[in-house]
Design a protein around this ligand. Structure first.
Ligand code: SF4
Length: 482
């Protein structure tokens, strides 16, 4: 069975003028085609004099993903969702990982402090800055003037794209009109309000989320809006969690994705939205323990939605430092599941300075598995250890697997020590190896002519190791006494 229906590079190449003029910034038309399919260039990068409208249209049709993309926000602060071609990440790749938005409300007492916190929230993990993607502002007041004033204030103070949330079209429009140039996402059109929300979306040229827990009704709302002329839509099939409901909630998201991406159905060709924040409308915690239970349920719901590749989740928790674990868990999970499966997990071997090492600084050793090297480097930086890091070529395997499979051996370490002239940088011959490679210590000492110190099992223990176990004088005495 063909899993992903994609245009072949040759189909697109034949429609170009094949002059290799380089005006798109690529050396050849074929290079342009490859980058176009990977969304590294846009079709507009090939100018009209080389690509007449008829052929442009044909290419547009060929590269149109079965699930349409949706963008909200403006300028550098864009949030892109949907636009996927593959049902499973391992079939191809996902271009737009699930966006994570945190919900606030217009009557919130400390609103401006909270939105500032959300806007600035960033965590560095495995070579990436993890951030939130949007702020959803709910109108709890149902008062158009109050909502419009609050939304404008927030919009002027943050960079993150905004989602405007109300089932009252008058409330939605009052705020949308104030910040239309920032292209907020309107949430939501329902069977009761779709005409008015649709008019607002067309007038202000804004994208809309349709909401219904009945899939037929949801599709019908989307179609009615399309007929009106709304072009950018997303589908929220409702979030109900708890006994008997969780599976249904996830199934509805999967059904929408399945019918568009796998079956090519026009009816469901829009990105999907999940709102774990809606759990708080049912659960009303009255103690610390109950509060944690609801947060936990919300986090779990959002993670399950991420695991079925929903395009956008809106959560409630994460507004304060105490609740930071909820978005952190989601962003970490997202980073893990959305890593491009085609990127080989190997980084370059080498010898690297961390901080400002001196001639007495320690030399740590690790493997060239991306998920090992980057966290080790980060742990050393976080512990402020001025040092050197020797990255041995283990063919992209981690320490434990490399030792077991022979990709990390004393020969390999000795080769790296010689190739990178490791001990020329210091006035000692001490090498700190990971605890998981302890059984190679004797052989490394012989093959690399050095004194090996077995470090902690996990690089998070390096700071403690340096404080308690690092004794260069003693190590060198033992090396010289051998
Ligand atoms: S601008 Fe168009 S014609 Fe020129 S190299 Fe790029 S793809 Fe080919």
């Amino acid at each position: 069975m063909e899993l992903v229906k994609r245009a072949s590079p040759l189909q697109i190449y034949k429609l170009l003028d094949r002059s290799n003029c380089k005006e798109c910034g690529r050396n050849t038309c074929m290079e342009f085609v490859t980058d176009l399919l990977e969304r590294r260039v846009k079709l507009e990068d090939c100018p009209p004099k080389h690509l007449p409208p008829k052929k442009r249209k044909q290419i547009e049709e060929l590269i149109k993903p079965p699930q349409l993309p949706l963008e909200f926000g403006a300028g550098k602060n864009l949030c892109r969702i949907g636009g996927e071609e593959a049902f499973h990440r391992h079939d191809l790749t996902f271009f737009n990982p699930t966006a994570i938005a945190v919900e606030v409300y217009d009557e919130m007492p400390n609103l401006m402090d909270v939105v500032k916190h959300l806007d600035e929230f960033v965590v560095f993990r495995i070579g990436e800055n993890l951030t939130l993607d949007a702020i959803a502002i709910r109108s709890s007041s149902n008062n158009p003037d109050m909502y419009a004033k609050t939304v404008k204030l927030v919009s002027d103070s943050v960079n993150l794209p905004l989602i405007l949330c109300s089932f009252n079209p008058e409330v939605l429009k009052s705020a949308a009109i104030k910040i239309k140039e920032k292209k907020p996402l309107l949430y939501a059109a329902t069977k009761e309000n779709w005409k008015d929300v649709g008019k607002c979306a067309i007038e202000l040229n804004l994208p809309v989320v349709c909401f219904s827990t009945d899939l037929d009704e949801l599709v019908s709302i989307a179609h009615s809006l399309e007929d009106m002329g709304v072009t950018e839509l997303a589908l929220d099939p409702g979030t109900i969690m708890g006994a008997g409901y969780s599976t249904e909630t996830l199934n509805r998201i999967m059904q929408i994705r399945y019918s568009s991406i796998r079956d090519g159905s026009e009816l469901t060709k829009h990105p999907t939205v999940g709102v774990p924040a809606s759990i708080w409308a049912i659960d009303n915690p009255t103690s610390e323990e109950e509060l944690f239970a609801v947060q936990y349920k919300e986090a779990l719901t959002a993670i399950m939605m991420l695991s079925v590749d929903v395009s956008l989740v809106i959560i409630h928790s994460g507004r304060t430092e105490e609740e930071v674990w909820v978005p952190l868990a989601l962003m970490t999970y997202r980073q893990n599941i959305f890593t491009d499966p085609r990127i080989y997990p190997r980084v370059d071997a080498g010898f690297f300075e961390i901080g400002s090492p001196s001639r007495n600084s320690p030399i740590f050793m690790t493997s060239n598995y991306r998920m090992t090297k980057i966290p080790v480097e980060q742990d050393i930086k976080d512990a402020h250890i001025d040092s050197y890091l020797l990255v041995v070529d283990t063919e992209g395997l981690g320490i434990e697997a490399g030792v077991a499979g022979g990709q990390l051996s004393s020969d390999k370490v000795a080769e790296a020590v010689n190739d990178f002239k490791v001990f020329d940088a210091v006035d000692h011959r001490v090498l700190v190896i990971p605890g998981m490679a302890a059984r190679l210590s004797g052989a490394i000492e012989d093959d690399a002519n050095c004194y090996v110190v077995v470090g902690p099992m996990d690089s998070s223990g390096l700071q403690k190791f340096m404080e308690k176990d690092w004794n260069l004088e003693q190590f060198m005495k033992e090396y010289n006494d051998r």
